[in-house]
Design a protein around this ligand. Sequence first.
Ligand SMILES: C[S@@+](CC[C@H](N)C(=O)[O-])C[C@H]1O[C@@H](n2cnc3c(N)ncnc32)[C@H](O)[C@@H]1O
Length: 280
Amino acid sequence: MNRNHFIFAWAGNKRNEATQIVPFIKLNDIDTFIEPYCGSSAISVYLSNQGLNLNYILNDNDPQLIELYNIMKDDNEFINLEKQINNIIGDKDFNEAKYYELTAKDDLISYILARTIYYRRIGLFNSSKIRKHKTKVKYIGCPIHKFMQSQNTEMHNKNAIDIIKENIDNDKCVIYLDPPYLKTRNKDYYKNIDNYESIYTYLRTLKETKCKIYMSILMNEDLIKSLPNFTVVNQYDKVYCWGNKRVQTHVLLELNYCKIYKDNDILECINQDIQSLSLN
Ligand SMILES: C[S@@+](CC[C@H](N)C(=O)[O-])C[C@H]1O[C@@H](n2cnc3c(N)ncnc32)[C@H](O)[C@@H]1O
């Protein structure tokens, strides 16, 4: 288990799966890495820690998450935010009633508080965590802050499909998709619940793109079959230890983007076609 890189836990983050994902992504000849469903941006932080100085385009349809990222870019604002959270949880009069009063508000403090102190579900008071947090939170210098300070990042608060469309013709970028899993999506965490199927409907329409597109999904034969323009490039098991211990199989898909443009890609594509013909 790697140490949390973000300022609170982010459901479905890919921090502990980066080594099952990154080696299967073709990163040569690119200058931009895009996460249309960024959440805590675990894969971008991992790439940056590996020394990849790229343009990172991070998007999420959660407005407060993007507000938080924008604050991280400004040291003074981020220090101030850290102080505000510590003033609240370090206050000797902070209690359950105060917690519910603050988390009922629709502001960034409420958003962070509900995700920092909770029991089982976001927004449920947790007295033992309060005692733990009397030791104060430390945001400055944490991995996500360092990442935001050191890399060229661009933040957006749009629907993921719009971000894909805007970059589809950029042959210098990789788009990594990590949409909420259809089966296990966390309704407490993800604020804007839209039609989760729409991304797959859109991806099925893609034939020739200049950018490279990768996507993480839970192993689901039917979904994979319904995306014939994608290839499985890795499959791995993940053990979940909280709650009922269970194992789930995850899959990384790659769009068959290479029907185009670069000589090498065309060659690679022909090879893939030959391979698939001989398999059939
Ligand atoms: C599985 S999480 C991504 C986790 C991320 N890879 C990480 O390492 O933290 C999915 C994210 O997609 C966001 N989301 C859900 N629907 C979206 C949409 N239509 N457009 C953009 N973001 C969306 C959620 O807010 C959530 O942060």
